[in-house]
Design a protein around this ligand. Structure first.
Ligand code: ADP
Ligand code: MG
Ligand code: MG
Length: 885
């Protein structure tokens, strides 16, 4: 089958596989599309992703069939351009670019100007009439190829360049002349020979195949693997290779290179946005070597910059570019991120893709585009990554708070972050692992820093523009980022930092405001997010399209209020034991646990009753009219036991019992495997007075709220860790009896439900029987995952990482439901439960209720609701809508 596809020139794009990103990668597929719709794209060809997998599996060898197809495609490019690769008179130069189906910064860097050697550089100088340009291109090529393909440390080349600059007294690369570049090339080649013991490859074909191999190999590098793991990208997709005729942005002052967005990727504003550099090539803009200029006049003026914008300096090329913006947006119905080059006044397009954007920009663009008729509401809903909403739901800096601004860089990724300064990715990761909030501070970031950026709450760089690596990756991750803060200078050896005239050291706390670029000393106060505007609009659309209800996991009045603001339609899980840990009552809880007999327990429970009633009263008042699932006491009692000397002494005082006696009781309660021990409904069976007290507190509170507000919430009393029908039968009778007692005394009745958690495999298997006594099931998928997999949630960190890396689990099953295994038990329980009771209410209350992939599964099996922590409620609303579409 065909695995090399050419584009540009008179190429026909009849094979639909060429526009399939899985086959030709995102870059290759979009190059083909752009060429097809008639945009100026330098001709080239794409080697399909499956060739990468074949190459890696086959021991790094190229099949003859591939060699033939590449030769043929290259001839097509040569014919189109009218130049031949390696021709010393008039050489064709190409770029070799990686390009997976999903864009991955972990992959190989692009090699530009391939095909240059000691002979062809002369030819290029002659045909272009510009020796400076020819030698500049050659030195770029030797450096890039040596770094990217041959693995020579690029620092060596930079040092050599610095020396030439010092010798000549020039400051900027653009000032250097042909002879300087020529000298530098000789130096570069000497470096390569010294480092590798071999000369720099002169043969153009050898250069080409070396670069192709390097692209394929880069699929399997450590940094690419880390990136895939962090972003849930499968390891078996492979990367495509794009080989493309060069166009030159470094042919003097009528040439340029740049990157552009059709809309502002930070705010979503419908205004062209981007950066460009005159007389420059490819990576110069993003690499932060020279500070790029603004694309539009409006931006330049707003920033008060004096170097002209592209709109001003190259009005014709800019007008052409603006026309392309509209064309591409209309074609893709989405904001595009575009790479372009202007060669002697002529515009060329080198890449387009759906642009990365902040969550705020994503919402604004989606809502605007519906208004513009570019997309419909359903597309708008599907276009927002639910997890990205997380960025918007968190606090921003309080505008009233005092700010000790040390310097201001570029507002590269919005949001506020405070944390301790760390100077490298490893430190960021290790400090974050011990629970510290850290800000990663770097001169600039590279793909090797990704794990550190992930661990950090914010990122600060001294160099690089709005489209630098740090900015792009931070926006994608939702990390606040300030880039290009040029007053920041880092001393890596001393592990200190200077900002202007201030000295700081690693570990000092700073605050970043990614929305305006400010870098502040210390921690700055924050305020809650704004939930109206585009966010509100999109959420409304989502609510119109979803079937499932969204509840929250909450056990305090504040959490309930916040969750309701976020749109929660009830409580899916209120864990009553959290109330037991409160300082004021832990002593009574301990008395209850350590009591010798029922009488002692009842005495302690009498003290707890009014406290629990007050808790429920507060929660129910907020949740009037909504269902509230309250789980009765679940954890093993030993979790409440005193540990320290002082705690035993205090308890002895309170109870009048001796410390020794208390210690003996505590030792008696010790369990070897408490998570499989005396917990959940087993407590209710053995100590019914505990569940009686809790049921009484709930019903009394509901009756009180009903009396005060004229309306009650709907309590759904949930019995945890049920494995058998009989457990639920006994405990349901207990709850019903207490309800009757309370209703009688209060002189009013309220509706309530009694149900159970399905969190043991036996419960899922026996769901048909258990449903005889249950008004509802709530899937407790945390425990259900733990008990189904036989994996302890608290002890799994050591092996789950490697398990995910080796593809044993596609994702951490405690984060995203193991749909195949645990999901099978859930579907079985749903089916069997419904067979017994057609109207049984079904929901999920594990961590998975806030995970979009798991929510998709819940929709599939037809649950009535999902429950998520308050901050995840909007994520769940959107994910549920997407699942319904
Ligand atoms: P990345 O995926 O890192 O963006 P690219 O393959 O897109 O890597 O290339 C990096 C830079 O090199 C881009 O700025 C691109 O515009 C430039 N570039 C790539 N191929 C060519 C070419 N054939 N002619 C001119 N510039 C090129
Ligand atoms: Mg690119
Ligand atoms: Mg549980």
């Amino acid at each position: 089958p065909q695995s090399v596809f050419h584009f540009g020139g008179d190429a026909s794009h009849s094979d639909p596989r060429q526009k399939d990103k899985k086959v030709t990668g995102g870059k290759g597929a979009n190059l083909a599309v752009m060429a097809e719709i008639g945009l100026p794209v330098p001709p080239g060809f794409t080697i399909a992703t499956e060739e990468c997998l074949t190459y890696l599996a086959g021991g790094a060898d190229f099949p003859q069939a591939l060699r033939d197809q590449v030769a043929e495609a290259l001839r097509h490019v040569e014919r189109t351009v009218g130049k031949v690769l390696g021709d010393p008179e008039d050489p064709l130069l190409v770029s070799v670019r990686s390009g997976a189906a999903i864009s991955m910064p972990g992959m190989m860097d692009t090699v530009l100007n391939l095909g240059l050697n000691d002979a062809t550089v002369e030819g290029l100088a002659r045909t272009s009439g510009d020796p400076r340009f020819a030698w500049d291109s050659y030195r770029r090529f030797v450096q890039m190829y040596s770094d990217v393909v041959l693995g020579v440390d690029h620092g060596l080349f930079e040092e050599a360049l610095e020396i030439v600059k010092e010798d000549t007294g020039f400051y900027s690369d653009t000032e250097l002349e042909a002879e300087h570049w020529q000298k530098l090339v000789a130096e570069y080649k000497a470096i390569v020979e010294r480092e590798l013991g071999q000369p720099f490859p002169q043969d153009a074909q050898a250069q080409l195949w070396g670069a192709i191999a390097a692209v394929f190999d880069s699929w399997d590098t450590e940094r690419a693997k880390i990136y895939r793991r962090l972003n849930d990208i499968p390891h078996d997709m492979g990367t495509a290779v794009n080989v493309q005729a060069m166009v030159f942005g470094n042919m003097g002052d009528t040439s340029a290179t740049g990157v552009a967005f059709t809309r502002d990727p930070s705010t979503g504003e419908k205004a062209h946005y981007g950066e460009w550099l005159v007389n420059a090539q490819g990576e110069d803009v993003v690499a932060g070597i020279r500070t790029p200029q603004y694309l539009t006049r409006a931006r330049r003026e707003a920033a008060g910059a004096d170097k002209p914008s592209m709109e001003e300096a190259m009005p014709e090329a800019y007008a052409e570019l603006a026309r392309v913006f509209d064309l591409l947006e209309a074609h893709y119905s989405d904001m595009q991120d575009i790479e372009f080059t202007v060669q002697q006044g002529k515009l060329w397009l080198l890449q387009t893709r759906n642009g990365k954007r902040t969550a705020k920009a994503a919402l604004k663009m989606a809502v605007d585009m519906v208004g513009e008729g570019l997309i419909d509401r359903k597309q708008a809903i599907l276009r927002i990554d639910p997890m990205a909403l997380d960025q918007l739901l968190h606090p921003t800096l309080d505008p009233q708070a005092k700010r000790d601004v040390m310097t201001t860089g570029l507002p590269a990724s919005p949001g506020a972050a405070s944390g301790k300064i760390v100077l490298d990715a490893e430190t960021a990761e290790s400090w974050a692992q011990r629970g510290e909030k850290v800000i990663l501070v770097r001169v600039e970031t590279s793909p090797e820093d990704i794990h550190g950026m992930h661990a950090a709450t914010g990122i600060l760089t001294a160099r690089g523009g709005m489209t630098s690596h740090a900015a792009v990756v931070a926006r994608g991750m939702g990390r606040p980022c300030v880039s290009g803060a040029s007053q920041v200078s880092i001393s890596r050896d001393a592990r200190t930092l200077r900002i202007g005239d201030r000295e700081l050291k690693e570990g000092d706390v700073i605050t970043l405001d990614g929305s305006n670029g400010q870098v502040m000393a210390g921690e700055v106060a924050t305020i809650e997010p704004e939930l109206a505007g585009d966010f509100g609009t999109l959420m409304e659309w989502a609510d119109e399209h979803r079937r499932m209800r969204i509840r929250t996991n909450a056990e305090t009045e504040q959490d309930c209020r916040m969750a309701r603001q976020f749109g929660a339609e009830g409580i899916g899980l209120c864990r009553t034991e959290h109330m037991f840990f409160d300082a004021g009552r832990i002593s009574a809880v301990r008395q209850m646990i350590l009591a010798e007999d029922e009488k002692g327990r009842r005495a302690a429970l009498d003290k707890l009753l009014p406290e629990q009633r007050a808790d429920f009263h507060a929660i129910f008042t907020v949740m009037v009219g909504l269902p509230c699932t309250i789980r009765l006491l679940d954890p093993p009692l030993h979790e409440f036991l005193p540990n320290e000397e002082a705690e035993f002494a205090e308890l002895a005082d309170a109870t009048g019992l001796g410390v020794d006696h208390l210690r003996r009781r505590a030792a008696e309660l010790h369990e070897f495997n408490p998570m499989l021990g005396h917990r959940g409904c087993r407590l209710g069976i053995t100590y019914p007075e505990i569940y009686e007290m809790q049921a009484r507190a709930i019903f009394e509170a509901v009756c009180d709220v009903a009396k005060e507000s004229g309306e009650a919430p709907l309590p759904e009393i949930m019995i945890p860790l049920v494995a058998t029908r009989r457990e639920l039968e006994i405990l349901r009778a207990l709850v019903d009896r207490v309800a009757e007692e309370v209703f009688e005394r209060a002189g009013r009745r309220v509706d309530y439900l009694v149900g159970t958690m399905i969190e043991l495999p036996r419960a899922a298997l026996m769901a048909g029987q258990i449903a005889q006594h249950a008004d509802f099931f709530s899937f407790g998928t945390n425990d259900l995952t733990q008990t189904t997999l036989g994996v302890s949630r608290d002890d799994s960190a050591r092996f789950l990482g490697p398990y995910v890396d080796r593809g044993i689990f596609p994702r951490d099953p405690f984060v995203s439901l193991d749909i195949e295994g645990v999901g099978e038990l859930v579907s079985m329980a749903v089916e069997r439960g419904r067979e017994t009771r057609g109207d049984i209410k079904l929901g999920i209350c594990g961590e998975h209720g806030g995970d979009p992939a798991s929510i998709g599964f819940c929709e599939e099996v037809g649950l009535d609701y999902v429950s998520a922590s308050p901050y995840r409620v909007p994520i769940a609303r959107l994910a549920a809508a997407q699942a319904s579409l």
